[in-house]
Ligand binder design. Structure first.
Ligand code: ATP
Length: 201
């Protein structure tokens, strides 16, 4: 079974592409979803954040104050690194368990792992192949403003806090261009998957 890591930049269309892949019946493990699950009150990530950052980043009912934490880490690179250092190993462990379960069932030839920080957190070393969903920065900004209601400078700040899409494309095995229509994107996804099936024969 081939494990493919898929990533992009914020708002570049990773969720759009992974939805297409899921629609084809191919399993996609979502590292963000796992992170959210583990950050629920009492979860392993929740506990690690509490131990490291203290009660300021929690609401009165004990749930994680995601907004406060996001504001902190987007503005402060050291804090962002610290958050990643304590949370990534916990998320990795759970992702590996899920890959193991799918492998054990023996029903799938490909599994995707959707990881926003695929290259930054060394996931690229742990998968068989990497895909990057990309758009030019101007489209990224436009779609972020439209989707999340960010101002131009909020969108820019978030884009700049990540590794550049250009660099990710350089490192990726496969680049999916999502700057045009959804149909154009879907065609590229299908072409790549067809190729995998051929290679497998
Ligand atoms: P994030 O990592 O921030 O969650 P993402 O990479 O998963 O973002 P999406 O949510 O898939 O990005 O896409 C960002 C926005 O752009 C969404 O509102 C989506 O509907 C829109 N979008 C995605 N692909 C296209 C496209 N080809 N044409 C027009 N709009 C698109």
């Amino acid at each position: 079974m081939k494990v493919i890591g898929i990533t992009g930049g914020i708002g570049s269309g990773k969720s759009t592409v992974t939805a297409m892949i899921r629609d084809l019946g191919i399993p996609v493990i979502d590292a963000d979803e796992i992170s959210r699950k583990l950050s629920q009150k009492g979860g392993r990530v929740w506990q690690a954040i509490f131990d490291c950052f203290g009660p300021d980043y929690f609401l009165p009912d004990g749930t994680l104050d995601r907004k406060a934490l996001a504001n902190l880490v987007f503005a402060d690179g050291d804090k962002r690194e610290m958050l990643n250092r304590i949370t990534h190993p916990l998320i990795k462990q759970e992702v590996l368990e899920r890959i193991g379960e799918i492998r054990e069932k023996g029903l799938d030839r490909i599994v995707f792992v959707d990881v926003p920080l695929l290259f930054e957190s060394g996931w690229d070393e742990m998968v068989d192949e990497t895909w990057v969903v990309t758009v030019p920065e101007s489209i990224q900004i436009e779609r972020l403003i439209k989707r999340d209601g960010y101002t131009m400078s909020q969108a820019m700040q978030r884009i700049k806090s990540q590794m550049s899409l250009e660099e990710k494309c350089r490192r990726a095995d496969i680049v999916i261009d999502n700057s045009l229509s959804l149909e154009h994107t879907r065609e590229q996804v299908l072409r790549q998957l067809d190729q995998k099936v051929q290679e497998d024969r």
